[in-house]
Design a protein around this ligand. Structure first.
Ligand SMILES: *Cc1c(COP(=O)(O)O)cnc(C)c1O
Length: 738
């Protein structure tokens, strides 16, 4: 792939020429505003994403100027720069505010300075190193696209809360992931925003003389340099590599420009920066990890760099010796249940990316390198896959739910010629979880504080004690808390669609009268996820007449809120969206269905905290785990889902609803499966979900519904927290090696 063509594919992205202007701007821009003396703690706090998972921390910023806070997309660095002097001084004289700040600052100090725990071989001196191509820490740091990133962010937050010695490595994407707009015709349009790194809480990594620390990698026939930024995630350091430095050519400066935005050549180069550059950065920082966790295959080149280092130090050793050494240090998590979802590169691309010196330093031939990335090393036609490379060069591999472990063993059986039965394939599982403090709404946290105690989060891991504690909360309080969140969601929907109104066509994202949109008293179903074929967005629209009947019902109506992005190059996904938008019947659909643009963490928070029901209808067994339903469960919403991914483990018959049947993935035609599942979806909605929701007693409460809510809160909160997940990783994976 030539450089010219790699630039060409970035037509709707930021042209390289613009970089120079921005460079000038950035050099002239400095954050030298002085905050009033007694507000200086805000400056400290703005440099650590810890504030983002503490409601009191978030409030310290927001209440200075709530409207500006949202305008700045809840980015405290930008916010402090733009907050008016008057508001800052008003707060500087607000004693109740200052008291709360004092308490929070003491808690912050205590949190940050707590001692690290040792987990066998994992210690402060030899931490675990976590590698991932994306991180969803907070919406103001837009370097994630979806589930994988959110999971990585939650992993780091739990590691911080649990005092686990862990460092993380990723990439800083200057233009992040694309933003979504829906035009009149219901078609998705994409654009990119520029994140000025000095408006974010990113600290430049420098040496003692304040020179940037640079690492270099041989790519595209020349040395390419990368600098690093530090993001503080509580007690965890997340290092983000960035090729946007003056030592690089314009083209190379854009390597880390866009997340999943470039062509294959850009992608392989990005992965080289992440894997190989990441190891080199850790060396420069003097970090000697005891274990490397490859979260998805994007970072798998790091194994080759570790092998190269080993052979440089042990000149008499062979590549096989090096592999033995590397395998002991590396563990791998796969996230994809279909082979097409795994990154593969042509031999030409690999050859273009790895120069002769690197290959000969590994003491192998080009052909041997290619073979490392094939399921069948002998098959010259097979492309180089990051998953086969990772499976070969790590000592442990796992999927992200029990079912996904099983699917992965089938999928990769052919890599293990000595094994005949897929049960014996050495791939285990750790089921995904979510970071409870990030995702549980502040009002629920307050309710828990009041009813369970200030230490509610310490009770959480004890499933029996937690269950008993939830059961004791009066129905009316659970319901009221949920209704508050639903009311908040309704007003969020009204406001967001009001400002998004751009035309006159009747599509569900353009509403003339948004203050009549949605009602907090109507059963609300949320459906938000990537627009990909296997997620089956169309399933709900299979029988429009039946759907409209539910929506229009006078006594027991239903309303729907949708959100999700389609891959920019995926035409059929965009058509699915358009189809949903242009649904234009003479019904209440226009008032009771809405599509929220630009699904991100912020939109997700309102949705998962405010809906009654979260719908998920993937084609089995393609949902590796899913985590959005876990967020809903922790906020009192009920899942209505196909039994796939995490829901197979989570559903107990009473903590939500299931649909479809658990059948073997035999050769039943897809059309038949879709038809059966659609029928099941309508039936469960009509005969279970709707009647249960509206079966209100004299107090206006549906006791059966609330019983399910409590069951869901009680059973799913401990089971699917990322603290549980991280504990599993430590016990089953990190510590299992020698
Ligand atoms: C939680 C979350 C996801 C993951 O959702 P699934 O569809 O369950 O995989 C994706 N995007 C955002 C913004 C999220 O918050």
């Amino acid at each position: 792939m030539t450089e010219a063509s790699s630039i060409e594919t970035k037509r709707n992205m930021q042209p390289a020429a613009k970089l120079q202007n921005e460079e000038n701007f950035r050099n002239n821009f400095r954050f030298d505003r002085q905050l009033p003396e007694n507000l200086r703690f805000l400056e400290t706090l703005s440099w650590n994403y810890f504030w983002s998972w503490k409601p009191e921390g978030t409030n310290l910023f927001r209440e200075i100027d709530p409207r500006l806070w949202d305008e700045c997309e809840q980015n405290p660095r930008l916010f402090l720069k733009r907050a008016s002097e008057l508001r800052l001084w008003q707060k500087a004289l607000d004693t109740s505010y200052l008291e709360r700040m004092q308490i929070f600052s003491e808690n912050f100090e205590k949190y940050i300075s707590a001692a690290l725990e040792n987990f066998k071989n994992i210690s402060g001196v030899n931490p675990a190193a976590y590698f991932c191509a994306e991180y969803g820490i907070h919406n103001s740091l837009p370097i994630y696209s979806g589930g994988l990133g959110i999971l990585a962010g939650d992993h780091l937050k739990s590691a911080s809360d649990m005092n686990v010695p862990l460092v993380a490595v990723g990439l800083f994407y200057r233009y992040g992931y694309f933003r979504q707009k829906i035009n009149h015709e219901g078609l998705q349009e994409e654009h990119y925003l520029d994140s000025f790194e000095n408006e974010l809480a990113l600290e430049p990594i420098q040496d003692e003389e304040s020179n940037l620390i640079l690492i270099s990698i041989h790519i595209r026939g020349r040395e390419v340099f990368a600098r690093a930024w530090l993001a503080r995630i509580g007690r965890i350091s997340l290092y983000l590599l960035d090729t946007n430095v003056e030592q690089n050519s314009e083209v190379d400066r854009l390597i880390t420009g866009h997340l999943y935005g470039g062509d294959t050549e850009t992608r392989i180069v990005q992965e080289k920066i992440l894997g190989i550059g990441g190891v080199r950065l850790l060396r420069k920082l003097g970090v000697e990890p005891s274990i490397y966790h490859l979260n998805e295959g994007h970072s798998a080149f790091l194994t080759l760099e570790l092998a190269r280092e080993y052979l440089e130090l042990n000149v008499n050793s062979t590549f096989d010796d090096a592999i033995n050494f590397v395998r002991k240090k590396c563990v791998f998590t796969t996230h994809t249940p279909v082979s097409a979802g795994n990154d593969t590169f042509s031999p030409d691309a690999i050859e273009g990316c790895f120069d002769k010196n690197f290959i000969s330093a590994l003491k192998i031939t080009k052909e041997e390198l290619f073979a490392l990335g094939r399921t069948n090393p002998e098959d010259d036609a097979e492309w180089f896959g990051m998953t086969p490379l990772a499976l070969r060069l790590t000592r442990s591999a796992n999927g992200v739910s029990e079912k996904h472990g099983e699917v992965s063993r089938d999928l990769w059986l052919e890599m293990f010629p000595e094994i005949t039965k897929s049960e014996e394939v050495p791939i285990t599982y750790v089921t995904n979880g979510i970071h409870a403090p990030t995702w549980i709404a502040p009002v629920f946290q307050t309710l828990y504080e009041k009813r369970i105690g200030k230490n509610w989060s310490e009770i959480l891991p004890d499933e029996t004690a937690w269950r008993a504690a939830i059961e004791k909360i009066p129905d009316a309080e659970i319901w009221k808390t949920h209704q508050l969140l639903k009311q908040l969601l309704v007003s969020f929907i009204r406001q967001k669609t009001f400002s998004a109104e751009i035309g006159s066509h009747n599509t569900i994202n353009e509403h003339r009268n948004t203050n009549k949109l949605f009602s907090p008293d109507i059963l609300t179903i949320g459906f938000a996820r990537r627009v990909a074929a296997y997620k089956r967005w169309n399933l709900l629209l299979t029988d429009l007449e039946r759907l409209v009947k539910m929506v229009d019902d006078v006594e027991k109506p239903v309303q729907f809120v949708f959100a999700g992005k389609a891959h920019p190059q995926d035409r059929s996904a965009k058509e699915i969206l358009q189809n949903l938008m242009s649904f234009d019947e003479n019904s209440q659909w226009q008032r009771r269905a809405v599509f929220l643009e630009d699904y991100d963490q912020e939109v997700a928070r309102y949705l998962v905290q405010g809906v009654d029901v979260w719908l998920n209808v993937p084609r089995r067994p393609l949902e590796a785990s899913g985590t959005s339903g876990q967020k809903v469960a922790m906020n009192g919403g009920l899942n209505l889902s196909i039994l796939d991914g995490w829901w197979i483990e989570g559903f107990n018959g009473e903590n939500g609803f299931s649909l479809g049947v658990l059948r073997d993935e035999d050769d039943t035609a897809i059309e038949k499966i879709d038809k059966d599942d659609a029928e099941s979806l309508y039936k469960v909605l009509e005969t279970e979900v709707v009647p249960t929701y509206y079966a209100k007693n004299a107090d206006g409460l549906s006791s059966e519904w609330i019983r399910r809510m409590k069951n869901s809160l009680a059973t799913l909160t401990p089971q699917f927290s990322s603290d549980r997940m991280l504990k599993d990783y430590i016990e089953k994976i990190y510590q299992a090696g020698k």
